[in-house]
Design a protein around this ligand. Sequence first.
Ligand code: SF4
Length: 179
Amino acid sequence: MKDINEIIKKAKVYGFHEATFLDVSTIKLMDEVRSMCEDNRCNKYNTNWSCPPGCITLEEGRKKLSNYSKGIIVQTIGEVEDSLDFETMMEIEEKHKRNFYEFYEIIKERYENSMAFGSGCCTICPKCTYPNEPCRFPQKCVSSMEAYGMLVSDICKSNNIKYYYGPNKIAYTSCFIIK
Ligand code: SF4
């Protein structure tokens, strides 16, 4: 726990607005969330190794998660003018992803078998090799929480962190799990 508290403190210094302890037993990998991916509202379904159907199956995901008990949730929160302010949303998302990938490198240095679940699909390469060539950077590629079947709002609630911050705010949520 001492270790986790240190990481939480570091995450906040590093630029995340919120960070808290994640109890891995609260994570359920749900078929319903995967079905939402199939609806393809984000236009990423079947386009990237980090997204369904190219990423891990739920059964494989459950097996992996069973080896973990703790982690942290991180959030980047920003102000938007309204629900159509996509430009600001993208800026906040970019900031979140930048901090997320950099912070994952710090976590990996300390915890060899850590895993990360991001917000949105993997954007490491300008164009993903899916489906014709294998992933270029399997050690760096990160799936979203949703791609693993996680209902982010439920996980936030179970771990006492807000998911919704009000009508003019947007929060990007990601998490790391460690052994
Ligand atoms: S690292 Fe590159 S090839 Fe691999 S999933 Fe991400 S974008 Fe695709």
